[in-house]
Write a protein that binds this ligand. Structure first.
Ligand code: FE2
Length: 283
């Protein structure tokens, strides 16, 4: 009789896991409604900050992003504005994401994120003291949903040893027509190529290893239904294509690290002693 491989052995083999039906429709509906309310309350005049991992120079000067680690802020899609600076689509169809501390600051997001099953999952994967540093609600809007090029999430959350793990919750169906994730199966065994550093000299993306990014023909689409949880190893190369379809592709992500690992003081997202990163459960 064949015994199904454990989650841990599959994760170690592939660098990612796909767990269908992890979140029930009611929890997804509550999160979506709360995200819509946050966007509704957002005044676009507050900022025209545009998040893109393609052009780091933009991010470099963007204090709005760098100071958002302990805030709830809305970020526009790169293609949200026309040449005259006007929104191409209504505000609610122009926001790229909300970030980055909803899991600690917003009760609805907190309920969704502080799920004891996520603690059990982290422990099963060997991350005994998970600390959730970041939450993002990603809209991947119809027509203008931006591309996120090949990257490894450990670039943004350096720990020694590597421990950052990504939880990616599909809030809608994600497939290749609306910009689903693409991964390099087993690619977490390749070196970390870049690190995003913030220090006295400013912020920058440093190339630390010249292993090329995978060619697109080895990428596998992760096509999933709403409610699916995708878990990514911090060194797994992944990307998502632009969304040119008429359907949005909402997803919610959490990034956690192991408190036993050393968290780099040069990571962009730092938490203060008065607002520490917490686990999925108390204690
Ligand atoms: Fe990522």
């Amino acid at each position: 009789m064949q015994v199904a491989p454990s989650l841990k052995s599959r994760f170690e083999q592939d660098g990612f896991l796909v767990i269908p039906g992890f979140k029930p429709p009611a929890e997804i509906a509550a999160l979506r409604a709360r995200a819509a309310a946050i966007v509704d309350a957002f005044d676009p005049a507050e900022s025209t900050a545009i998040f893109t991992t393609k052009d780091e120079s933009k991010t470099k000067s963007d204090e709005y992003f760098l100071t958002s680690g302990d805030q709830v802020r809305c970020f526009f899609e790169e293609e949200a504005f026309d040449a005259s600076g006007a929104l191409r689509q209504p505000k609610e169809l122009s926001i790229n994401k909300i970030g980055h501390a909803m899991h600690d600051l917003d009760p609805v997001f907190e309920r969704f994120s502080r799920d004891p099953r996520l603690h059990e999952l982290a422990v099963e994967l060997g991350i005994v003291e998970p600390r959730v540093y970041q939450s993002m609600y990603i809209f991947k809007q119809p027509h203008i949903g931006g591309e996120v090029r090949w990257h490894q999430d450990a670039t943004y959350f350096e720990t020694e040893p590597v421990s950052v793990t990504t939880l990616w919750f599909a809030l809608e169906r994600a497939d290749r027509t609306n910009g689903c994730l693409w991964v390099q199966r087993g690619g977490h065994r390749t070196p970390l190529r870049e690190r995003f550093v913030v220090d006295d000299a400013g912020s920058r993306l440093e190339r630390i290893d010249y292993t090329p990014w995978p060619s697109d023909d080895v990428a596998e689409p992760v096509e999933v239904e709403a409610g699916t949880l995708v878990v990514l190893h911090g060194k797994l190369p992944h990307y998502s294509a632009p969304n040119r379809s008429a359907a949005s592709r909402h997803a919610y992500t959490l990034h956690f690290v192991d408190a036993r690992a050393r968290y780099a003081p040069t990571n962009w997202l730092q938490r203060s002693d008065t607002f520490p990163a917490r686990g999925f459960v108390d204690g």
